[in-house]
Structures are given as structure tokens and as C-alpha cells.
Design a protein. Structure first.
Length: 320
């Protein structure tokens, strides 16, 4: 069964290590879960918030959704049941821009800002920042770093390597190798950084500078845990990376691009074009892809070369 198109825009998607389990959200309050590579879907009742970021553990057992209105939703049984909280950040009704989860789901981190995706101000800027949980999302504590405009966060599979970025045009990147207890600061090219993604170990990363001018809307990649960064030559708007770091997927100007050599070279992935793509996800091996088209469908494809995205049942499943 294809996932029905909601009234509100699709906003986020995440897949498990194999791609078998998928979680998707909309900014109109809907959460959907699939346990068979997107063939069949179940709508989660009672989830009425603007879900703008989701993540999932490697096994698919733990799922998290964060909203632009400050709500959090957690599931520990492959999406069968959910606990929804409007005070997961200690009563701070902040907009959750991005969530990151370790492979087992024990470590979670949120980039939380005082203005949501629709521009409504919620709290004073002093409350925004990065928040970390080491107890499967039961409690969150503010990270010990100063952030003027938190926008992106990523965590390695083992939960020890953390990377955070600001949306402040200073080109600042924060790194921690001990689960977020201690941090170091690196500086790369100035940019309004967001959309931070990471491979399982953290060796391979990518981030984008979001700006209204094409010159600054650039994607940079790193293959040395964020020490050095290289401009890809593309101004991608949405992108993702496989767990092994080899395969990448990205969009720009309605086209989908792919890389099979750790982000070094890029080709068009499909002849299909899309008005826009809000979110993308790849499984660990890079042979199962999901893209979110805002006002249409959640589309999937199998393979690592030419991709044919469809909301119909795939003809074959990726190897597990």
C-alpha cells in the first residue's frame, strides 16, 4: 500500500540500517511508520504537531520525532506505540531543528532554536542551544558549549563522536569525542550551516550553507572526521549519506544526484525531476533510498546506480 498524501507537507524521513523500518513525518501533525521497506504504512494516532525532524536506531526499534512547536515523540517498539511529550526539554518550548541518534538509541541530541519553521517566535534566544540525552530520551541536558543559532547535529553509531553546527555565518563547527562532555571548535568557510549528516563512524560528513544566493548555498564534505572540508562544486539543497559513507544522495533544481565514491564525484541518479525534496534517507549499504516530496508522496527506490523512485511496491528488496 502506498503512503497516502497528506493535506500538509511531508517534512522528514529516516530509515533503519537495512531500510526495512521507515518513519516519516509531516508538518501538519502526522507520523507514519513502515516495517516492510515502505510497502505498507500505519498512521500514528494522536500526533498533532509540526514534525520537522525524525531519526531511527539501526535496528529500527527506537524512533524519535521532534517538532517545530517543541514536542517530542518516542517509540521503543518499532513504532507500535509512542510516548508524546510537550516538555521533553524541561518545559522549554523550543523548535527542534534537527535530531541525531546513536546506533542503539541510547544517545540523542537536539538542535533547538527559539523560532520554528514557520517563523513564530516562542522563547527568548537564551534558551536555544544543543541538548543531549544519554538515557534513551528520558532526560535532556544542555550541551556545554555556547551557540548563537543551533541548526545541525550528528552522532556516530557508538554515541561517542558528536558534531554540531551553528546558523550564524561564522563557519564554526563543534566536535566532541566523549559523548558531548568536552568540545573543541573548528572553523571552516563562513556559511549559514545546516543539514549536517554523518556516516556510522563519523569519518565521512557533509553540511550545507543555506542562503538565498547560489554562491553561498554550497555543500562541503569531509573524510577526516571534520578536520578538513572540500566544496563539492554543487549547491545541493537536500542530501544524505549511507552508513558506510560510500553512497550519497542529494537534490538541486529538481534533480536527484548520487555519489558512489564517498562524495568525491557526482552524477544524476534518475531521469525523474521533482518540484522540491524536503528530506532524504539511505540505508547503511546505500542500496535503498527514500525521498520526501512535500505535497505528494514518500517515494522509494532500490539500487546504487540509476534509480527509479516510486510509491508502489518495489520489485525487489535490498539484501539484509
Amino acid at each position: 500500500m502506498a503512503l497516502p498524501g497528506p493535506v500538509d507537507a511531508w517534512s522528514a524521513v529516516a530509515v533503519s540500517s537495512t531500510g526495512q523500518y521507515v518513519v516519516a513525518g509531516t508538518d501538519g501533525g502526522n507520523l507514519y511508520v513502515s516495517k516492510n521497506y515502505g510497502i505498507d504504512w500505519r498512521e500514528i494516532a494522536g500526533t498533532t504537531s509540526e514534525w520537522q525532524t525524525v531519526d531511527i536506531s539501526k535496528s529500527g526499534s527506537t524512533m524519535f520525532a521532534g517538532s517545530s512547536l517543541g514536542s517530542c515523540a518516542l517509540s521503543f517498539d518499532y513504532g507500535l506505540s509512542w510516548a508524546i511529550s510537550t516538555s521533553c526539554l524541561g518545559g522549554r518550548q523550543l523548535s527542534i531543528a534537527q535530531v541525531a541518534m546513536s546506533g542503539g538509541g541510547q544517545y540523542l541530541a537536539l538542535a533547538a532554536t527559539s523560532s520554528n519553521s514557520r517563523g513564530r517566535r516562542q522563547l527568548s534566544s537564551s534558551d536555544q542551544g544543543f541538548y543531549i540525552s544519554s538515557d534513551y530520551g528520558a532526560t535532556f541536558a544542555a550541551a556545554s558549549l555556547s551557540s548563537t543559532s543551533p541548526s545541525g547535529y550528528a552522532i556516530s553509531t557508538d554515541g561517542l563522536f558528536h558534531v554540531a553546527v551553528d546558523y550564524d555565518f561564522k563557519g564554526t563547527i563543534y566536535r566532541s569525542f566523549d559523548g558531548g562532555s568536552n568540545w573543541e571548535t573548528l572553523t571552516i568557510a563562513p556559511g549559514y550551516w545546516k543539514n549536517l549528516v554523518m556516516s556510522n563512524t563519523g569519518q565521512y560528513m557533509a553540511l550545507a550553507s543555506d542562503c538565498n544566493t547560489a554562491i553561498l548555498n554550497r555543500v562541503y564534505v569531509s573524510s577526516d572526521y571534520g578536520v578538513t572540508w572540500t566544496y563539492t562544486g554543487y549547491n545541493f539543497t537536500t542530501f544524505t549519506i549511507s552508513g558506510n559513507g560510500q553512497h550519497w544522495l542529494a537534490t538541486a533544481n529538481g534533480y536527484v544526484y548520487r555519489s558512489g565514491d564517498y562524495g568525491q564525484s557526482w552524477t544524476t541518479a534518475t531521469n525523474q525531476t521533482f518540484s522540491s525534496v524536503n528530506s532524504m534517507a539511505l540505508n547503511d549499504q546505500g542500496n535503498y533510498s527514500v525521498v520526501v516530496i512535500p505535497d505528494s508522496q514518500v517515494l522509494s527506490a532500490t539500487g546504487t546506480t540509476t534509480l527509479a523512485f516510486s510509491n508502489k511496491v518495489p520489485t525487489s528488496m535490498p539484501s539484509t
